[in-house]
Design a protein around this ligand. Structure first.
Ligand code: PEP
Ligand code: MG
Length: 780
């Protein structure tokens, strides 16, 4: 049969379909009803003869037909196939869209008589993905051959994404139903702590820095005083009255949630707002609502029923193995708190900030960040210790200094008292003595003056006094770092940590999203080089949607390139996006944590495959992207001269290298004194790497924090390293230092340092050399 090209106007698979699907999801009460309505709508809008949905069974191996428009409905629940079997199973196995004409010619084609299936001339299968696992397939079939346009396939993928999220939610709720938890005893109302006077005493409190910087201002303490602890069991309630109250509160909360979703989408991104869609689903969930009503029918007041049901959900989520599911406890808490405020009429007005200041809270939920006025948050102090919590990630994205893990902050810090938040050291000074305030203000003033004084160096090259060019580039993570890098005169990016944009999302960004993000960064640097490092998760960096195993030693475990190489599709997709973006400026591609030759060779093979795949798709990309290995594991130091033959450049990750070399956890303050960048073993390693790079004539760039320390920078210049990538605010002062250094003298000092057996001697030698550097007047 002759293939008939579909005209775009024939089908209406556009925005309105997505909006209608959102409406179906909002109104639905159970999964079956929702997916039935969705397949009907998609079949109608796509003008397809069949739209079917297959979902993965609990065995994680079998796909079963769960809803269909167009096939025999009696086949629902009966037709099953294994992952990898037939076209549908192939879509699930490959986790990729499959769009075909004359599907019976495909080797994987399989005929199912139960479905009443006749000859179809077009097959489109779209995987439903949850955290990169296929959980189902959406299938479209037509009797007359159609070419689905890119745009239509993209819309179908968005529909599949929405369906996947409702399936995941439905499963979450099912998982909870399986928990038969004993009812917790009613909590005693919390006693207000008998407050003593001492709110004018200076006090220092400590926590962990989540985002550096200093802020001075009045404390904005957010203490959600009115909560479930205040709800006690009541007798003689009128169940009908309580039911009406509950329904009204549910309606109000749904409307507020829609508003929150819109507000967050406007202020941040659609991905950040997606969490409120999940909240809406829960607020509409029949199981959740029935549980609340049955508690009321059993004689409890609506607030008490809510307290019990939310408590059960939080306990159930809290006990789950999967970290992602455990995190959902915070969502239940958030929903419960907003419902309670509507039930009792006592709004959570604690979130209103009267004045700019330092925000102090136990923890912040996504909706709190949405409600709060960001302009009034000068700094953030949180009791919770979740470095990757949404609120902390949002604070970083907004450039707000933050200290986390501050035990008892909400009760220790008095509202409105003056607070100095030193997020560089993780210290909080409450009611600081005026001299401390003065000292901080003076430091801040000095810092600003020095920045201004050095600003005339911004556009001058970093060059030693004997004219050796040194490159100072920026380490960046979030888009907000770009302007900081530019303000400080960074000559491009030596390390783009791509895991940070992955962390702020609800799921893995697709190739197009990544391409657009990388392109934006590359264009911002307007011709300056940008080194993009592939995903470096694991250790202390986790993605909320990517399950990590429980490991005794996560830093020694399944992390970084090891994860990428075992998740080939995620890895290749990222590489493809980087190669595509490289058309917009000079890009280098960097692989983290390489520890042997097989790894770097496997990475290079994936680059070759990525190029081939882009070629096959006819997508333009740059074929000239230099490839580099991060040297941050001692094994890589020892085989550096072999590795140097495989790559175009080295990036030296001293943060990790020092911790692995000296067996001193980089984030454990107890072993801080062992974490010594001037240990002779570190110096010798840097020397070995620089030599290996020189022999093979490849470049080496140091991108660990060590480069921000003037004496270390001096030593590394002496070792012949001429490229550094660091936190951009350090660039002006280091540029000034570099202009005072004579490279030959630095080389002589470094070679003396290499002979020393102990780090004190090395430090004294370098300190003396730096102290003796001649002054160099600023050129302005
Ligand atoms: C390093 O290890 O030195 C490095 C730059 O990478 P990260 O800090 O992201 O581990
Ligand atoms: Mg590292």
């Amino acid at each position: 049969m002759k293939s008939t090209q579909s005209k775009k106007s024939d089908r209406h698979l556009g925005l309105s379909t997505l909006q209608d699907i959102s409406a179906i999801i909002l109104k639905s009460h159970d999964l079956n009803e929702t997916i039935t309505n969705i397949v009907d709508l998609v079949a109608q809008r796509a003008k397809s003869d069949v739209c079917s949905l297959y979902l993965l069974d609990n065995d994680n191996l079998t796909l079963t037909l769960r809803a269909t428009k167009g096939l025999d409905k009696a086949a629902i629940g009966k037709v099953s196939l294994k992952i990898g079997e037939g076209l549908t199973g192939t879509v699930a196995a490959d986790k990729q869209v499959l769009a075909l004409q004359e599907p019976q010619n495909h080797p994987a084609y399989r005929y199912f008589s139960e479905t009443g299936e006749e000859k179809f001339h077009t097959f489109v299968g779209i995987p439903l993905l949850d955290r990169n696992h296929a959980i189902g397939v959406l299938v479209i079939q037509t009797r007359i051959a159609h070419d689905f346009t890119e745009e239509e396939l993209a819309t179908l993928s968005t529909i599949a994404f929405q369906v996947a999220s409702i399936v995941v939610n439905a499963r979450l709720l099912d998982a909870i139903d399986q928990f038969q938890l004993p009812m917790p005893e009613p909590a005693e109302p919390q006693q207000e702590s008998a407050d003593t006077d001492s709110d004018t005493q200076p006090q220092t409190i400590r926590g962990k820095s989540a985002y550096p910087g200093v802020a001075i201002g009045p404390a904005n303490v957010i203490d959600q005083k009115y909560g479930f602890a205040d709800i006690l069991e009541e007798c003689n309630v009128d169940p009908e009255h309580e039911s009406r109250l509950l329904d009204k509160a549910l309606r109000q909360t749904r409307i507020q949630t829609l508003y929150l979703e819109k507000r967050v989408a406007e202020k941040l991104t659609q991905e950040d707002a997606a969490i409120f869609h999940t909240h809406l689903m829960i607020l509409e969930d029949r199981g959740f609502i029935d549980r609340l009503h049955s508690k009321i029918d059993a004689g409890h007041s609506a607030p008490y029923a809510l307290k019990k049901v939310i408590g059960d959900y939080i306990d159930a989520f809290g006990q789950m193995e999967d970290a992602y599911l455990r995190e959902r406890a915070a969502d239940m808490e958030d929903i419960g708190r907003r419902l309670l405020a509507n039930l009792t009429g006592k709004a959570t007005d604690g979130l209103h900030l009267n004045h700019p200041g330092i925000l102090v809270a136990k923890r912040l939920l996504p909706s709190d960040m949405a409600i709060l006025d960001h302009e009034k948050i000068q700094g953030m102090v949180l009791e919770s210790n979740e470095a990757n919590a949404h609120s902390v990630i949002m604070a970083k994205a907004l450039g707000i200094p933050a200290v986390i893990g501050v035990k008892g902050a909400v009760s220790l810090i008095q509202p409105d008292v003056t607070v100095i938040l030193d997020a560089n050291t993780g210290s909080i000074y409450q009611n600081p003595h005026p001299t401390v305030i003065e000292e901080y203000q003076r430091l801040e003033q000095d810092r600003q003056q020095e920045q201004e004084r050095l600003s005339c160096l911004r556009d001058l090259p970093a060059e030693t006094s004997d004219r050796v060019k040194i490159n100072l580039r920026a380490n960046i993570g979030l888009v907000s770092d770009v302007s900081v890098a530019q303000q400080n005169g960074a000559e491009g990016v030596g390390l783009y940590r791509t895991e940070f944009p992955y962390m702020t999302r609800k799921s893995f960004p697709d190739r197009q999203d990544q391409y657009l993000l990388y392109k934006r960064i590359i264009q911002e640097f307007d011709g300056l080089p940008v080194t993009i490092r592939t995903l470096d998760i694991g250790g202390d960096k986790v993605l909320p949607y990517f399950a990590m195993p429980n490991e005794d030693n996560p830093f020694m475990g399944w992390r970084s390139v090891r994860i990428s190489l075992e998740n080939r599709q995620i890895f290749q997709t990222q590489i493809e996006a980087i190669l595509m973006a490289a058309l917009h400026g000079p890009v280098k591609l960097l692989f983290p944590m390489i520890s042997n030759m097989e790894e770097i060779r496997a990475c290079k093979q994936i680059v070759t495959a990525a190029k081939q795949s882009l070629r096959d798709e006819g997508i333009p990309f740059s074929d000239k992207v230099p490839l580099g290995a991060m040297i941050e594991v001692p094994a890589a130091v020892r085989i550096a001269r072999h590795l140097a033959k495989e790559v175009d450049f080295f990036a030296l990750g001293t943060n990790d290298l020092i911790q692995y070399l000296l067996a001193a956890d980089r984030s454990n303050s107890k072993v801080e004194k062992y974490y010594d960048p001037l240990h002779p073993a570190v110096m010798l390693s840097l020397h070995g790497i620089a030599e290996a790079a020189r022999e093979q004539n490849i470049s080496v760039c140091v991108c660990g924090e060590m480069a921000t320390d003037p004496i270390c920078l001096f030593a590394m210049i002496g070792l012949g390293i001429h490229e550094f990538s660091l936190s951009a605010p350090y660039i002006p002062q280091l540029k000034h230092l570099i202009r005072r250094i004579n490279s030959e003298q630095a080389q002589a000092v470094a070679s003396q340092a290499l002979d020393k057996a102990d780090s004190h001697e090395i430090r004294s030698l370098l300190e003396a050399a730096v102290a003796g550097l001649p002054e160099s007047p600023l050129p302005c």
